[in-house]
Design a protein around this ligand. Structure first.
Ligand code: GDP
Length: 428
C-alpha cells in the first residue's frame, strides 16, 4: 500500500485537501492507530492505486513548531513514501514554515510543496517565495475549488514505488438508486457526486439512453447505474415504465438504494421493495426529506416505516436530507459495509457449531410427533450468501421458520443487513 503524509501549519488548508482527495466534505476517516489520536488517516484512489493519506493537521497547537509535535508527526508519517507540504503563500512564509522545511529535509522523504488557496491565475505571483524552501517547483492548487489536484497527484505518483505486478483493477460497487418520482433521487445524486472527480460515462451496449456515473469515495470506486432514468422524470401515469426501468437498473447493479419519503409510503414503494428483495442484492432504505419530519413525529414515522417495509426489515436504513447534504456519508459508508458482507464466506466449521447450538436451544418445527432435524450446513454461494442445510424432512420447514432462521443467521454470523438464502436438502 502506498502512503502519503500531509503536513503544514494550521489554517493552510490541510484538512480541506485531505477531504478533497479522500472523498468529499466528510471523509471516511479512521482514527490513527498508535500514540496519537490527532492524526487522521484515510484511503483514496488515484489511477487505480489505493493510497493511504495521513493528515497530521491535528498535531499542531499553533504557529509554533515544537519537539512534541515533531515527534508525533514522525510517528504518524512512519513509512510514508512522499510528503505533501501545504503552504498558504498568500500569507507569506513564517519562521515555523522554514523550520518544518529543515525537519523534512532531514527526514529525507521526498517532499512536494503545495501552494494552496491559489484560486485564480493572478494569485500565482505568490509562488516565487516557495522556491526558496529548496524542494523545487511548487504545485499551485485550490483545495476549496478543487483546482490543481490532478497535477498534484501526478507529482505524488512520481515518488511512489512502481508495483511489481499488474495492479488488479479495483472493482467498483455498482449501485442503483430507485424510488418514485420526486422522492429526491436526482438531488441525492447531485449531493453524492458534487466532487469534481466524478465522471459521467456513456455505457455502450446498454439501454441507449442509460447513463452511468462514476466517482471515488474513501478509496472505493462507485458506479451509479442508469442515472438517465433518474434525471429524466417519468410521468407518474407511466408508472409501469418506471418500475421496468428500476428492474433493469437493479439487474445491472450490486446494491440498491431504495429512496422513500417517510410520509408517502405506498404501492410503488412496495413494488420496488419486492424487486429489491427478489434480486437477492443488498438494499439500503434511504429515508430522504428527513428534514421535513417534525421531531414530534419521529417515533410514529419509524413505526410506520417498520410496518410498511416489514418484508425487507433486514435492510439497513439511512436518514438523509439531500438539500442539506445530511446523511450522504452514511449512504456511502453503509454501501461499502454491506458490499463486503454480501461477498463474505462463513467457514463450514463455524456454521455447524452454530447449527448445533441453535438446535439445542430452540424448539424446531414438529409434525405429528416428528421433528425437523438439521444435520449439516455449508455455504454454497456468495453474493448473496447462500447456505445449504441438510435435514431429514424439507417439507417440515415452514416459511415462518425459514424467515426466523434467516434472521438468526444474519444476527449470529455477522451478516446483518444482508439478504441470505437457504437451500434445503433431504438426507436419509
Ligand atoms: P426525483 O424525482 O426523485 O429525482 O426527485 P428530485 O431530486 O427532483 O426532488 C424533488 C423535489 O424534492 C425537489 O423540489 C427537491 O428540491 C426536493 N427535495 C429533494 N430532497 C429533499 C430533502 O432532503 N428535503 C427537502 N425538504 N426537499 C428535498
Amino acid at each position: 500500500m502506498h502512503k502519503v503524509a500531509i503536513v503544514g501549519r494550521p489554517n493552510v488548508g490541510k484538512s480541506s485537501l485531505f477531504n478533497r482527495l479522500v472523498g468529499r466534505r466528510e471523509a471516511v476517516v479512521a482514527d490513527f492507530p498508535g500514540v496519537t489520536r490527532d492524526a487522521k488517516e484515510g484511503t483514496m484512489l488515484y489511477q487505480n492505486h489505493r493510497i493511504t493519506l495521513v493528515d497530521t493537521g491535528g498535531l499542531w497547537s499553533g504557529d509554533e513548531w515544537e519537539a512534541a509535535i515533531r515527534e508525533k508527526a514522525e510517528w504518524a508519517m512512519e513509512g510514508a513514501q512522499a510528503v505533501i507540504f501545504v503552504l498558504d503563500p498568500r500569507e507569506g512564509l513564517s519562521a515555523a514554515d522554514y523550520e518544518v522545511a529543515d525537519w523534512l529535509r532531514r527526514l529525507g522523504t521526498p517532499v512536494i510543496v503545495v501552494a494552496n488557496k491559489i484560486d485564480s491565475q493572478k494569485h500565482e505571483v505568490y509562488l516565487a517565495e516557495l522556491w526558496g524552501l529548496g524542494f523545487g517547483d511548487p504545485v499551485p492548487i485550490s483545495a476549496e475549488h478543487a483546482r490543481g489536484l490532478d497535477d498534484l497527484m501526478d507529482r505524488v505518483m512520481t515518488h511512489l514505488p512502481e508495483d511489481d505486478e499488474d495492479v488488479p483493477e479495483i472493482a467498483p460497487i455498482r449501485i442503483s438508486l430507485i424510488g418514485r418520482p420526486n422522492v429526491g433521487k436526482s438531488s441525492l445524486l447531485n449531493a453524492i457526486v458534487q466532487s469534481d472527480r466524478a465522471i459521467v460515462a456513456d455505457q455502450p451496449g446498454t439501454t441507449r439512453d442509460s447513463l452511468d456515473v462514476e466517482w471515488d469515495y474513501g478509496g472505493q470506486r462507485f458506479v451509479l447505474v442508469d442515472t438517465a432514468g433518474i434525471r429524466k422524470k417519468p410521468d407518474t401515469a407511466i408508472e409501469d415504465y418506471a418500475i421496468q426501468r428500476s428492474q433493469a437498473a437493479i439487474g445491472r447493479s450490486d446494491l440498491i438504494w431504495l429512496v422513500v419519503n417517510a410520509d408517502e409510503l405506498g404501492d410503488h414503494e412496495l413494488k420496488l421493495a419486492n424487486l429489491a428483495y427478489d434480486s437477492g442484492k443488498p438494499v439500503i432504505v434511504v429515508v430522504n426529506k428527513w428534514d421535513l419530519i417534525p421531531d414530534a413525529d419521529l417515533k410514529s414515522t419509524e413505526k410506520d416505516l417498520n410496518q410498511k417495509l416489514h418484508h425487507i426489515s433486514y435492510a439497513p436504513r439511512v436518514y438523509t436530507s439531500a438539500i442539506n447534504d445530511y446523511g450522504i456519508h452514511d449512504m456511502l459508508a453503509e454501501a461499502m459495509k454491506l458490499h463486503d458482507k454480501w461477498q463474505s464466506r462463513v467457514p463450514t466449521s463455524e456454521l455447524n457449531r452454530w447449527l448445533e447450538v441453535w438446535q439445542m436451544r430452540q424448539s424446531v418445527p414438529n409434525f405429528h410427533g416428528k421433528k425437523l432435524r438439521m444435520y449439516f450446513m455449508t455455504q454454497v454461494e456468495t453474493a448473496p450468501p447462500t447456505f445449504a442445510i441438510f435435514c431429514n424432512r424439507a417439507d417440515f420447514v415452514t416459511r415462518a421458520y425459514e424467515g426466523f432462521l434467516q434472521n438468526r443467521i444474519r444476527e449470529d454470523l455477522s451478516l446483518a443487513g444482508i439478504p441470505v438464502r437457504l437451500k434445503w436438502k433431504e438426507k436419509g
